[in-house]
Design a protein around this ligand. Structure first.
Ligand code: TXE
Length: 496
């Protein structure tokens, strides 16, 4: 089976033909071929999106009509949740229940942005007092235009929907380029969108590699905005390309998020959230809390319990019942993580558990859940995003030290703090330089709340109202009371 592109309302093969394999990371077997779109396909897709936007066939609809279509997409996803979740698990390796969360969240995201589009239209323009009674001024929000979306493989469908749903709700048209490592669920998204009756050209899908399809998309002169989620180096390239066309860019990049645990915590609760913070989705999570800071008096006890609980995690193929840790998405990422683990041997860090391939697995890209302690602050595993099931734990003595250690990173996507003392939690939350702070938990993510990072973790926000607004342009419309005279040239002439 070879997938197709979706351009201008039609499923089609790439102009130059060509495909690449979709690989099941649990078996290392190919299970489909993915259409390899290239510059020519991207050009056709962007032109279709441009034409659809400029025609007003979508942006010109009342919000209620766009919202009704978005709700049909949500229902279309819900109707196929089991099937799409199974496909996501096969392509990415994540445990099936986690894939179901993703797909259900994706459906909800369309419903949510349908509501925001209706609310925005009901609010209408915003009046501005310009301080001069002869003028009436108002602010109007309009769709930004044609959007290019480039998305990653860790939440393949959900990361695409975080962009597609608000963009469509706002009235934009879009060209989506998913990651070549996991494209399959986005092909299903195209089918659902097609079946929901979205006009031709409004949503387009071009699967393909970063250099062959992603780069031509970021370079395309007819684009108004680029929305990107991925690595920092690629984010830099995307931003550079956007600068050529002076286009809006939103970037959601990586992280090395800290989790501060104070000694008054319940150890069981702390361990539960540490595990969820780093091993959920195999640690392939941009906001994963991969640096744990534990108040010294709790440190030994917490490490003992963390070791025991980590070793009890059920590893296996994502579709096996009870599995909590699936295989790494692809050989490239698997090899990258093994490289980190190998170099960590000479880093001075103490290995608590894991550190390589788990016993009993001779097929599949499996990495044992891994915990390091007493990690030197300049060690690569403490500083760099590993994007796998690997966590580093260090002790601290004072609140100020914990905050300083937590903030000592070029990243600033997320952070977490746990203590019975809520005043302390909020104090720390304010001081952490990151866009998402969890108190007494790690990772729960809500469509309604803004998502994005400080520092090298990105620019802009997705989700929530901010995620909707990021697909809007701002226009002022200012009217002069024409019964009045302005009196600069003509009155001056009369008085001469
Ligand atoms: O990322 P890339 P990769 C981090 C994580 C991971 C590392 C590498 O640390 O180990 O990135 O993953 C497209 N022009 N994150 O190599 O390259 C690419 O096809 C335009 C964190 O997969 O950034 C894919 O669609 N596009 C992250 C997307 O960019 C290009 C999630 C992301 O791929 C391109 C994923 C180019 N020149 C990885 N080159 C997060 N923030 O959640 C590649 N792409």
């Amino acid at each position: 089976m070879t997938t197709e592109l979706y351009i201008d309302g039609q499923f089609c093969a790439p102009a130059a033909g060509g495909s690449f394999p979709a690989i099941d990371p649990a078996t290392e077997q190919e299970f489909a071929q993915v259409a390899a779109g290239q510059a020519e396909d991207i050009d056709r897709a962007v032109r279709a999106a441009r034409k659809a936007f400029d025609s007003g066939v979508w942006s010109g609809l009342p919000a209620a009509a766009r919202a009704a279509t978005l709700r049909r997409i949500a229902q279309g996803i819900r109707d196929r949740v089991d099937e799409i979740a199974a496909l996501e698990t096969r392509d990415n390796g994540k445990p099936l229940p986690e894939a179901r969360w993703d797909i259900e969240d994706a459906a909800f995201c369309f419903d949510y942005y349908a509501g925001l589009a209706e609310a925005a239209e009901a609010r209408g323009d915003t009046p501005v007092d310009v301080g001069d009674a002869r003028f009436e001024s108002r602010i109007r929000r309009e769709p930004v235009g044609v959007v290019g979306a480039i998305t990653p493989w860790n939440f393949p469908m959900l990361m695409a929907v975080w962009k597609v749903a608000p963009a469509l709700a706002a009235g934009c048209t879009i060209v989506l380029k998913p990651s070549e490592l996991c494209s399959m669920s986005c092909v299903e998204l195209a089918r659902v969108i097609d079946a929901a009756g979205v006009p031709a050209g409004v949503f387009n899908l071009v699967t393909g590699t970063g250099p062959e399809a992603g780069a031509p998309l970021t370079d395309h002169p007819l684009l108004d905005k680029i929305a990107f989620t991925g690595s920092v180096p690629t984010g830099r390239k995307v931003m550079r390309a956007a600068s050529q066309g002076i286009r809006t860019v939103s970037l959601e990049l990586g992280g090395k998020s800290p989790f501060i645990i104070f000694a008054d915590c319940d150890v069981e609760k702390a361990v539960e959230w540490i595990l969820f913070g780093i091993f959920w989705n195999k640690g392939e999570v941009c906001s994963a809390t991969s640096r744990i800071l534990v108040e010294r008096s709790l440190y030994p006890r917490l490490l003992d319990r963390l070791k025991q609980a980590t070793e009890a995690i059920t590893i296996g193929a994502g579709d096996e019942p009870g599995v909590k840790l699936g295989p790494i998405v692809a050989k490239s990422q698997y090899d990258k993580i093994l490289g980190f683990l190998d170099r960590a041997k000479t880093s001075g860090a103490r290995i608590v558990t894991g550190g390589g391939r788990p016993k009993g697995f001779d097929k599949g890209y499996y990495i044992a859940p891994t915990v390091y302690a007493d990690v030197p602050l300049d060690a690569e595993i403490w500083r760099e995003e590993i994007f796998g099931p690997v966590v580093s734990v260090n002790p601290f003595d004072t609140e100020a030290e914990a905050i300083a250690l937590a903030n000592d990173s070029p990243y600033g996507l997320a952070g977490a703090v746990m203590s019975d003392d809520l005043a302390r939690c909020y104090r720390v939350a304010v001081k952490l330089r990151a866009g998402i702070i969890w108190i007494n938990c790690s990772q729960p993510t809500f469509t309604q709340a803004p998502w994005g990072g400080f520092k090298s973790s990105g620019i802009g926000r997705e989700l929530g109202q901010a995620g909707y607004d990021s697909y809007l342009e701002t226009k002022q419309i200012t009217r002069f009371d024409h019964r009045q005279s302005w009196g600069w040239y003509l009155d001056a002439e009369a008085s001469q």
